[in-house]
Ligand binder design. Sequence first.
Ligand SMILES: Cc1cc2nc3c(=O)[nH]c(=O)nc-3n(C[C@H](O)[C@H](O)[C@H](O)COP(=O)(O)OP(=O)(O)OC[C@H]3O[C@@H](n4cnc5c(N)ncnc54)[C@H](O)[C@@H]3O)c2cc1C
Length: 405
Amino acid sequence: MQPDDIVMIDDVDQGRRPIVTDGDEKQSTSEALAVCPGVGLAHDSLPTDSIDELRSTWGPVLELWEGHAADDWLRFEASSGGVSSALAIHAIEDRGLAGLLHIRSRPDRAYLNETVLSRSRAEILSAVGSRYAPASPCDGLHLVEAADSPSVMIGKPCDIAGAQNARRVRPELDEKLGLTIAVFCAGTPTLRGTFEMLEAMGITDPDTIESLRYRGHGWPGQATATVRRPDGEVDVHSLTYEQSWGEILQRHRQWRCYVCADHTGEFADIAVGDPWYRPPSVEEPGRSLILVRSERGREMLRSAIRAGAIVAVPVDPARLPDAQPWLERVRGEAGARAATLRLLRIPAPVYRNMPYWSVWRRVLPLRDKLRSTFGTIRRIPRKRLLQRHPARPLEPGRPAPPEER
Ligand SMILES: Cc1cc2nc3c(=O)[nH]c(=O)nc-3n(C[C@H](O)[C@H](O)[C@H](O)COP(=O)(O)OP(=O)(O)OC[C@H]3O[C@@H](n4cnc5c(N)ncnc54)[C@H](O)[C@@H]3O)c2cc1C
């Protein structure tokens, strides 16, 4: 939306941020704000044909499956079981979709992400794996709109919700978004998180890295960065998932993620996450939990299974809360945090038809109930929630924001 007026930039401590290109704070951004998922999320209604016991906490879920990409190499390389990439490849190779809008590591600065419309298996395979750093795939929606036939999109829940909002006001985009796949998301760490992670690996200058992945090569795999030495040899630096995500990255999640009620892609056709209900075994090749969220998603998953692109079995609805107890709690906590802030007239997202008080009451122990409400008030000065936070672009040459807003 408004590509001539707004660009996305990387701010090390805040994440990917939209800034107005000519620095004119008075310029209207109403078109973009109207579809921005940061402002709020809303289901028109919760479909009654979705699974009853999951509806109020997890949004519309028509079917729950567990499986993996049939291609062993893709399964090994990917984040959980490679289902997201396998579905996209099936949609392009067997169903004639034009391409896949998603993100990948930037070739020139591996710790930054860029949006691409991949059109081949090779391009998709080169971008598999979760990247625990800011990314904004919606900034490539114009590529989807301009393609000859419909495309697939993969993104976080907020990315997919943004695309869903945009398609409502852009009929051409609506026609061209052939399938949306959300990856579950506990929150996106800022680049500061990546820099700290690299430091823990012994890398002090992020610009020396040649490649960076956060997971994959088994489930959940390791965070691995490579650095080419002057003599041409390559040094490989790794941290376990517990060290990288558990001890470093998750502490750097952005504030918007702390008040987010959708961590499982409620607005997508298909959502994919980790089956954490069991600890990974040694040399685990990986599996994905698959949520069918729309008729379109149901049809494409069945087609991919029939074609042998994905191996999956239906599982009991109870497996979702078993696999994601943390995301269940977060639904209640985040909703309560946002409601508390709104009560104090501090900007926070608004959620409609996404119940969270029921989860708050049922799932959270008293201590966490208090933390998510009264504790949020304590966070207001600590997180400086009453102030504006001007975005500061990491890269020179990108448009500078106004000094003061
Ligand atoms: C920031 C983040 C937090 C997550 N938190 C959780 C969690 O709490 N629980 C859970 O079960 N799962 C979480 N996931 C999702 C999980 O790690 C897997 O991505 C998911 O299971 C899909 O796996 P896959 O093997 O099908 O994906 P793959 O086949 O490996 O494909 C991954 C796709 O995701 C895209 N992608 C990668 N990083 C990003 C990003 N930052 N923004 C947008 N698109 C991206 C890639 O372009 C690629 O197309 C998180 C993912 C991210 C990026």
